[in-house]
Design a protein around this ligand. Structure first.
Ligand code: SAH
Length: 244
């Protein structure tokens, strides 16, 4: 091979590498900006929860999960904007700030087993994956659940188990759970989920009327099994569907 040809091929290779590095960087810097925006939003937290920041562990997880890979390819450039995005079938991936807040409210610990109702894109499950021991996530729309399962597997989130089912009944085979996160709005707190929450456990759930503002509600089960609830802030989630 002529030296000039080798040089040409080498420069093509280098150019290709630069492009892919730029693409990775582009999302890395957008992700960093999202983190900064969540951190600056955190002052709004004070009036809802008794602190002015999201815990470092949660922020760290949000800073590493590639949110753009959980949304449809044509929307990737908007992945890191601080707003919800459509993920198909009339469903949405939650706004990053809300994901951070809900995750933080669960006070995730490395030995925790968490149940999520509403896998959607799988993003919330991925954020939880690095913070706890096991994540169990249920989705009622089979196409969404199967896509999320594939993406989570491809990205190596091996401690997330997914299932296609009506999440109203929880996942009794894996109960009890240290915490439960519900990412669809429902008129009441499902009793099966309360039952599957450990004593000392926490649930975060948007409670309210269909298509209207719900109250993000923090449910605590104390060591004797008594339940207390606290309304955190108004939110709008897609409806909890199924047969309940
Ligand atoms: N947590 C998701 C966003 C969820 S949007 C993410 O990170 O992308 C809410 C999801 O709840 C939708 O995908 C919807 O289909 C699902 N859902 C609604 N009712 C449900 C039910 N009864 N059981 C399980 N999933 C349900």
């Amino acid at each position: 091979m002529k030296p000039s040809l080798i040089l040409f091929l080498l420069s093509c290779l280098l150019a290709a590498e630069t492009i892919s590095a730029q693409q990775v960087d582009k999302y890395a810097s957008q992700r960093q900006m999202m983190i900064e925006e969540i951190a600056s939003d955190a002052s709004r937290l004070v009036k809802y929860i008794d602190k002015d920041s999201v815990s470092d562990r949660v922020m760290q997880s949000m800073a590493t999960v590639p949110r753009h890979l959980f949304i449809p390819p044509e929307m990737r450039d908007e992945a890191y904007e601080n707003r919800p995005l459509p993920i198909g079938y009339g469903q949405t991936i939650s706004q990053p700030y809300i994901v951070a807040l809900m995750t933080d409210l669960l006070q995730p610990q490395p030995d925790h087993k968490v149940l999520e109702i509403g896998t959607g894109s799988g993003y919330q499950a991925a954020v939880l994956s690095g913070l706890v021991k096991e994540v169990y996530s249920i989705e009622i729309i089979d196409k969404l659940g199967l896509t999320a399962k594939r993406v989570l597997k491809q990205l190596g989130y091996d401690n997330v188990s997914t299932r296609i089912a009506d999440g109203y009944d929880g996942w009794p085979e894996h109960a009890q759970f240290d915490s439960i996160i519900v990412t669809a709005g429902i008129s009441h707190i499902p009793p099966p989920l309360v039952k599957q929450l450990k004593n000392g456990g926490t649930m975060v759930i948007p409670v309210g009327t269909r298509f209207q503002t719900q109250q993000l509600t923090l449910v605590k089960k104390d060591l004797n099994g008594a339940i207390t609830t606290k309304q955190i802030l108004p939110v709008i989630f897609v409806p909890f569907t199924g047969g309940h």
